[in-house]
Design a protein around this ligand. Structure first.
Ligand code: FAD
Ligand code: SF4
Length: 470
């Protein structure tokens, strides 16, 4: 019997879902991985060793019951697997697509020690995609509605995580977002080659069926006053993200041809989805020599967007080495296959050009002593300056918090970096300094990951239930 093979992990190697070839995929804004066939998902899931105290589960920020749903997939029991995976995760099909599994669940899989980790992320994606295609929907039949309602600001992963917990416990979530679609950065930041927009469209329909109400195209603080929400609702959750552009602080950053990463990506998404308000926002890098500065997920998305727009060449310059890049290893490999050239240990010191970008001046670095976060600091190698010729430069150094002007007047306190104070271990998890207001995701922890935002939104949802005594 196939399910009794204790040596499946040796007999069957790790096999990721098939990828489209690099030439085809670098011309289209579409996901690059084919779905698993049922027999492949089952045989990959069956490689799991069912470790007594599974490291993967601990490392996963939402603590998914990974070995248990792998077992259900190995048995072909997809609907039960979907129920189980939704007990801990609001958007398993999204996490399966975009989590940096190499440094989370799969990085800690026991089989990573020479046999190849179980393809946890791909199986997680397979479960929900397949269950939805089979007509599965979250079971709301046991929910008893209360008379409580909660306003959620932000329809990103944190806000959706919170809405999921509340609605399943009979509390009505009303989610406000300034964008015309739900998803936050899942829709307007992360490009389609990692996460097709239909995934979040399907989720929106599912959430609405569950009883979540969305009020989109509505900016709190502009279209509706925050005080009104505070008056009208029993509690408020903030999941507003971090959006302040981090500058490089070197000369030439304001030259025409220098682009801010998120503006560039959002305009491209809006252009592709037909949400464009002003066509002048869209930047095409077709035919240009592009240099992308940075080494995280955002930089990787800019590299691969530029390739798809038909850039002549794309160089990604990063100040540490490949081992120390913050982005997912899978996405670095994908970018390289699609034609991105990486220059490691290069730190930009200026964008150069007469009236427009002509190049980026970089210096070489070597890694020195660890900084306060334990990451080795890049040190400049004297006399190592060089100029990388470029027609366009995209700066992707990350984001700082973007607190709203009304935070202080309502009594929401922040730390010295502008992150909202909402401790996990407070009286109620993720409660801010105003008792009725909770917060989570990037605006609390700083720019991080989809899965950590979901976790905090869900925990805050539990905190709100306790606070409301539901
Ligand atoms: P967001 O997703 O930013 O959502 C916040 C929402 O709040 C937005 O929809 C915004 O419109 C809304 N909002 C803000 N203010 C208001 C207001 N006043 N009124 C109404 N609505 C408001 N993470 C990964 O795990 N894997 C990846 O591959 C990955 N790639 C990324 C690529 C890019 C380009 C970027 C920028 C980030 C990436 N991340 C990735 C990080 C991840 O997207 C974020 O950590 C996550 O989306 C944070 O979720 P959030 O809910 O806190 O905020
Ligand atoms: Fe792995 Fe992310 Fe899924 Fe957790 S949510 S099992 S870390 S892919």
């Amino acid at each position: 019997n196939r399910l009794n093979n204790d040596f499946q992990f040796i007999d069957v190697g790790r096999q990721d879902p098939q990828k489209k070839d690099a030439r085809t995929r670098s011309r289209e804004f579409a996901e690059i991985y084919e779905p698993y066939k049922p027999q492949d998902a089952a045989s990959q899931a069956h490689r799991c060793l069912h470790c007594g105290n599974p490291y993967c589960e601990w490392k996963c920020p939402v603590h998914n019951y990974i070995p248990n749903w792998l077992q259900l997939v190995a048995e072909g029991n997809i609907l039960e697997a979907a129920e189980l995976s939704h007990r801990t995760n609001t958007l398993p099909e999204v996490c399966g697509r975009v989590c940096p599994q190499d440094r989370l669940c799969e990085g800690d899989c026991t089989l990573n020690d020479g046999f190849g980790a179980v393809t946890i992320g791909s199986v997680e994606k397979y479960i929900t995609d397949t269950a939805f295609a089979m007509g599965w929907r979250p079971d709301m039949s046991q929910v008893t509605w209360t008379d409580k309602k909660v306003a959620i600001i932000g329809a990103g992963p944190a806000g959706l995580g919170c809405a999921d917990i509340l609605v399943r416990n009979g509390v009505k979530p009303v989610v406000y977002d300034k964008y015309p679609e739900i998803g936050g950065l899942l829709t307007f930041g992360i490009p389609e080659f990692k996460l097709e927009k239909t995934v979040m469209e399907r989720r929106r329909a599912v959430f609405e069926e569950m009883g979540v109400e969305f009020r989109l195209d509505t900016e709190v603080g502009r279209d509706i006053a925050f005080d009104k929400l505070l008056e009208q609702y029993d509690a408020v959750f903030l999941g507003m993200g971090t959006y302040t552009y981090m500058e490089g602080g070197f000369p030439g950053e304001d030259l025409p041809g220098v682009h801010k990463a998120l503006d560039y990506l959002i305009a491209n998404v809006n252009h592709c989805l037909g949400f464009e308000k002003d066509p002048a926002d869209y930047v095409s890098l077709e035919g240009q020599r592009v240099v992308v500065l940075g080494g995280g997920d955002t930089a990787m998305d800019c590299n691969r967007t530029a390739i798809r727009q038909g850039a002549d060449s794309v160089i990604c310059a990063y100040r540490r080495d490949e081992e120390n890049m913050p982005g997912s290893k899978r996405e670095v490999a994908n970018a390289r296959e699609e034609g991105v050239e990486f220059l490691f240990n290069r730190q930009p010191v200026a964008v150069v050009g007469e009236g427009k970008v002509e190049g980026v001046k970089v210096v070489r670095t070597r890694l020195g002593e660890p900084d306060e976060n334990g990451r080795q600091r890049p040190e400049v190698v004297p006399g190592s300056e060089e100029i990388l010729p470029a027609d366009a430069v995209v700066i992707a150094f990350g984001f700082k918090p973007s607190p709203s002007p009304w935070f202080e007047s309502v009594g929401i306190e922040m730390d010295e970096r502008g992150r909202v104070l909402a401790p996990e271990k407070g009286a109620y998890p993720f409660q801010t300094t105003h008792e009725k207001i909770f917060a989570g995701g990037d605006m609390v922890r700083g720019s991080d990951l989809v899965v950590t935002a979901i976790y905090e939104g869900r925990q805050a949802g539990e905190g709100i239930l306790d606070y409301l005594k539901v």
